[in-house]
Design a protein around this ligand. Structure first.
Ligand SMILES: Cc1cc2nc3c(=O)[nH]c(=O)nc-3n(C[C@H](O)[C@H](O)[C@H](O)COP(=O)(O)OP(=O)(O)OC[C@H]3O[C@@H](n4cnc5c(N)ncnc54)[C@H](O)[C@@H]3O)c2cc1C
Length: 238
């Protein structure tokens, strides 16, 4: 189910968003929970729930991570209460599991030999030094002050985040400018704030990990520095 479909879920003629807004107004949910998304899983009686959120905390500070974790675990039970009251068949729903630690979308990251930029994503820039081919996800910047997307990234007609064209990630974005013997992957690659909002998603993060692994193997086999690996020689998925 896509995010758009999840939002269109209707209960007794009301959209899920309307119900969430009413519950926020009634004080049963905090305003940061702008939408409750239920996704199917391979287990027919189980959903993954995407709803909790906390703003204005710093993911590099352990005190803030603790605050975030406590807040979001409390929110999860508020969300459960709303789901139980509004969704037919979910009256006895319960939480069978929560993530072990709080998830953070963005904190600090490395400065690399190359840097992925928003213009690269918008233009669908292809490169001969690609370590990931055809990455494709919208510029998904979340509102740092509340629920939803950051306003400047939203096209208000559709309510969806800014689209990109499939773009390549340069190998240099995985190579720290100043540290040898280390490759970056996932959320800490060298990318601007806006570009990271697209490339941090799981499938692209996994592709950077595959690329980093292939490059590391090539460097070992050929007895060269990681920064000297020619990405063109690696067999990567197109
Ligand atoms: C709330 C939220 C919702 C998201 N929703 C989506 C979504 O719907 N779709 C999507 O595609 N992406 C989503 N993302 C983004 C995506 O999940 C992350 O950007 C991506 O998982 C980052 O991958 P990573 O490998 O860089 O980091 P992680 O997945 O965080 O992996 C890092 C791993 O390293 C481990 N680790 C940390 N320190 C050490 C250490 N010292 N020793 C050993 N291990 C260590 C951690 O425990 C963790 O398992 C979301 C992110 C957040 C926070």
């Amino acid at each position: 189910m896509s995010h758009a479909e999840a939002r269109q879920f209707k209960i007794q003629g009301k959209s899920g968003e309307t119900i969430v807004q009413e519950e926020i107004a009634a004080g049963a949910l905090p305003p940061e929970v702008g939408v409750i998304r239920l996704y199917g899983t391979p287990v027919p009686t189980m959903n993954i729930v995407n709803a909790t959120q906390v703003n204005k905390l710093n993911g590099t500070k352990s005190e803030d991570l603790t605050k975030a974790e406590i807040t979001c675990r409390k929110q999860a039970f508020q969300v459960l209460d709303v789901v139980r009251r509004h969704l037919a068949g979910y009256e006895k729903a319960y939480i069978s599991g929560m993530p072990a630690v709080i998830g953070v979308r963005e904190t600090r990251r490395f400065e690399g030999v190359a840097r992925l930029k928003k213009a690269d994503c918008n233009a669908g820039r292809r490169r001969d030094d690609a370590i990931v081919h055809s990455a494709n996800f919208c510029i998904d910047i979340h509102n740092p002050a509340g629920a939803g997307q950051a306003a400047q990234q939203q096209t208000y007609v559709t309510g969806e985040a800014e689209r990109v064209k499939p773009y390549d990630i340069p190998y240099g974005a995985l190579i720290p400018k100043e540290v040898d013997g280390l490759l970056l992957s996932g959320r800490c690659i060298s990318a601007s704030h806006e570009a990271l909002a697209s490339c941090r998603v799981m499938r692209t993060a996994m592709a950077t990990g595959i690329g980093a692994g292939a490059a590391a193997a090539y460097a070992v086999q050929n007895n060269i520095e990681l920064r000297d690996v020619p990405p063109q020689k690696l067999k990567l998925l197109e």
